[in-house]
Write a protein that binds this ligand. Sequence first.
Ligand SMILES: [Zn+2]
Length: 484
Amino acid sequence: MDLLPTENSPIAKKHGFRSLKLVNVEFDQEFQREPFGVDYGRLDNGLVYYVRSNSKPRMRAALALAVKVGSVLEEEDERGVAHIVEHLAFSATKRYTNHDIVKFLESIGAEFGACQNAVTSADETVYELFVPVDKPELLSQAISVLAEFSTEIRVSKEDLEKERGAVMEEYRGNRNASGRMQDAHWALMMEGSRYAERLPIGLEKVIRTVSSETVKRFYQKWYHLHNMAVIAVGDFSDTQTVVELIKTHFGEKNLAPDPPIIPLFPVPSHEEPRFSCFVESEAAGSAVMISYKMPADELKTVKDYRDMLAESMFLHALNQRFFKISRRKNPPYFSCSAAADALVARVRLHGFSEREISVVRALLMSEIESAYLERDQMQSTSLRDEYIQHFINDEPVIGIEYEAQLQKTILPYLSASEVSKFAEKLQTSCSCVLKTIEPRASATIDDLKNVVLKINNLEKEGNISPWDDEHIPEEIVNIKPNPG
Ligand SMILES: [Zn+2]
């Protein structure tokens, strides 16, 4: 008999975090490329698979076909085609008529329609199915539907004519105030790169007139198994049976002889900040946003993980200051958002205090503790999303146990000065975009430029006072929003 409670006993689970061992941190140590805790592999034809048993919710499985193909790959006369392909998948495939697909979706209790079960973005298209597993034939059929989507979508003239209306409806639905604002923001952020002109919804002209040949050409050019992964997380009695099902439905397919390499489309950095004053009569209120674009951090080593934690602490600590300003009697909200840069400049000059950082550290520690203690409550859909990110963006999957150990080990050593250093990355000369959204024009681009200039000068002169919790600083900027 064991004298100590085993890992899985209720007592061990409850006290698990306290007794969780610290790890020996080697900063150069690389994370495993293979995702942790999942049956993972690649078929000869290039298809990657992830299969995991998970019983939340019971008797259900979350499936996905993730494809590294999105709207950024479209040529000018194809703008909107990646999304049209997604729609056509639910229209018909070589094996399944539209009637079959509707019947199948009904049998798994899913809503019908492309956008209910799939999403197209600039870099990827993901098809998702949530299926009951109590009838084994449904799981097999679901995987066979995904296999059909991967290479057998029927792109006929008739299918396309039928689908144009639904896609146009979506296009028009997106023309509301929030859609227009999102689109404008995207264009401003991505200016100078291919992404700026590749919103997934595409162009009205293309939706109305593109030929089935063009759609077919796009589908055949880019949809290749080595760009795809099948993910299945659910209440399976074992993973091997599910892997076999994937092999049955995908294994026969051949690797295309010379599939094109998916190009990268860089987003250029800029030293001069970009400004925009967006007037949208239907906007609910006024807002100012400041965005700093930076290369996506690689997360390959323990050192990268430590940097990521420091960044997360920085953002939490900055948010605490924002929160305190917003609680002032007359929160200068408009100006304090425009002066986000002033808050960051203040951190550059004076840093966060150890007290502020200890509050943040305690918060992150309690978050990871909860995540660890509730680790057997993970939903299959969240695990599926984690594997999608692993496949699409190379995000490591290291397992909640190791992650909790890492955080427990590293968090106590992240000092206020190390966290404050992150402010160096957030300079207005580092690919910064500043914009206002207002129902009626009031702020001008010159106002925004003046704000930035003023704060930069104050910082250069060292003329920004340290943060004082008791005396929240007066606003630096004097642009007032129009009331209403
Ligand atoms: Zn759609």
